[in-house]
Design a protein around this ligand. Sequence first.
Ligand code: S3P
Length: 168
Amino acid sequence: MKNIVLTGFMGTGKTEVGRILAQRLSYTLVDADTEIEKEQKTTITEIFKQYGEPKFREIESDVIKRLSEMEKAVISTGGGAVLKQENMDNLRKKGVIICLGASPETILKRTSNNNDRPLLQVDNPLQKIKELFEFRRPYYEKADIMIDTEDKSPMEVADEIIEKAKGI
Ligand code: S3P
């Protein structure tokens, strides 16, 4: 089976679902954000603060290019990775692209317990989630498989992905 690439908005469960998938498939788990932090020896928040989002996107694309070369990997990507066609082209070479979805309210609930997402550090995060989501929707919809995670456990989501990815 191909690599499993997890895309989707912040708080849709990519990291947790990725962990379960990697275990179930005996695949290597890699998380693009974690790789960026390792490589840059700093946090995503610091990268945004010091260099801004465009620089972060450049670093993200370089890391994604490298991860796309892997075999038997579950590759979890940051919520904005879909915005660059180059990222999706690289990831698709050896992978099936999955997109996890959830409602803005659920995303707010899942992301409000920590402040490590610079894009949501605003006065009205729900409004920001809705705006970002509307803008990104067409990009997320380019995935091979869309999975709604609303009211599902990460285990159920992982089962659904394995079932659907089998045929691809
Ligand atoms: C981002 C999502 C984050 C991280 C960065 C930007 C985004 O990853 O890459 O804060 O643009 O949606 P998660 O989706 O893993 O939170």
